[in-house]
Ligand binder design. Structure first.
Ligand code: NAG
Length: 212
């Protein structure tokens, strides 16, 4: 019986227990989001084009999707020749593996300054702004590291009230899967950033249509 305890501390205890339970997936942590600096010498022009989602951290709402691709293009072609950093148009495509239906989300990413790999991402389609802000797709995104030619590590983190934070990792590849040496390079970089590669699951990329 908890008869002696005020309600407030019981609620606090309960949320603590919930956070510890979630901490098994490591997507939730106490305190603020860790602060990663922008990737040094980040070159926006070199991340343009087509990427496949090869691995990502577990995220329940995405459990049914597969064959996810990302396409990055300059939002305004003129900006690319004038500035080293510019706004991106982003298309994220995937397939619902239960219904087989394709799904396309269009958005744009605005870099926080002229050299930063940290971007503010918003959907332009499907959702009104208010709803889009609640979805995991909108918010601050960061290219933690990329070699431009094989892989890119994309990361996003948001606070959950005052209780803690939740973050997501996407490993994008120029091909649907990695060669062994590329994968071990990716994992090395993650470990140096104190991100646990154990959190990643291989994306569902079997029997994907060529066009996506
Ligand atoms: C960025 O990459 C583009 C395309 O490879 C290249 O032309 C440009 O010189 C690079 N910019 C810098 C500052 O290195």
């Amino acid at each position: 019986m908890m008869s002696g305890q005020p309600l407030g501390s019981r609620v606090w205890l309960l949320s603590g227990v919930l956070l510890v339970t979630f901490a098994g997936t490591d997507a939730y942590g106490f305190g603020r989001c860790p602060n990663y600096p922008s990737m040094p010498k980040f070159n926006m022009s070199r991340v343009l084009g087509h990427w496949y989602e090869v691995e990502r951290s577990f995220y329940l709402p995405e459990i049914a999707s597969g064959c996810t691709t990302f396409q990055f293009e300059p939002y305004n072609k003129g900006e690319q020749s004038k500035f080293s950093n510019f706004k991106l148009a982003v298309a994220i495509k995937n397939i619902n593996r239960i219904t087989g239906n394709p799904n396309v989300n269009i958005g744009y990413a605005t870099p926080e300054n002229s050299r930063s790999s940290i971007m503010d991402f918003k959907f332009t389609t499907r959702f009104p702004d208010v709803i889009a802000r609640l979805l995991p797709g909108s918010g601050k995104y960061q290219v933690l590291y990329t070699d431009y030619e094989n892989f890119a590590i994309l990361w996003s983190c948001g606070s959950i009230g005052s209780l803690g934070h939740s973050d997501q990792i996407w490993i994008l590849g120029r091909d649907r899967d990695f060669e062994v040496d590329v994968r071990s390079k990716v994992y090395d970089v993650l470990k140096r950033l104190s991100l646990d590669p154990e959190r990643l699951i291989i994306s569902k990329n079997k029997q994907c249509p060529e066009a996506l």
